[in-house]
Design a protein around this ligand. Sequence first.
Ligand SMILES: [Zn+2]
Length: 227
Amino acid sequence: MKYSAEEATASRDGWCYSFLLAALLAGCQTHPPLVDRAPLVELKQLEPDIHLDIRYATPNNFTGRPLYPKARALLLPEPAQALARVHSALKQKGYGILVYDAYRPWRVTRDLWDSASEADRANGYVADPAIGSRHNRGCAVDVGLYDLSTGREVPMPSEFDDFSIRAHADWTGGPVGPRQSRDELRRAMEPEGFNVLPNEWWHFNYRDCDQHPVLDVPIEGRMKNLP
Ligand SMILES: [Zn+2]
């Protein structure tokens, strides 16, 4: 791995120690080792037919305000290529991949935590910034489907970021059509190494995601593969 988690650990420790006096008064805020460089790949450059609906670049998310300055979907190279293969396979069935979120900078995870209710934190609907999320590691992706013939989003048992039981990947309620579409998505994702999160049908982690460092690369940053 090219990026140095050790350097970031040292920096974190320095940050904590240098604020020891304030920490004694207010408690030392901790965070995981943060890395500010990574070979992130832009999904639209890899596969232009993948559609984006990046909710955190709009007010249409549970915080009611945009958290990203740009609507971009970035992933580490391996999951990006795997997702492009999922998209190709789904095309045979009349579907395309619709991305709601991909790589998320650590600073945004901190903002989401600050915006969430105590109940949503306790239920695990937002990642604790003290640990970081798999989205921060560039190997988790939130996806749905769009209909190739109309370009429209395919109905699922719940909306993206619905924090109710309808969002559970194995929920058996509601109309059969949306559940079949949800299961179709999962069947396409799993052979390429993506595992669904049990309480979010749209969230998939790629293989050894936890082995990668937590990233805090700005979403608007210039990526290596951009002209
Ligand atoms: Zn997610």
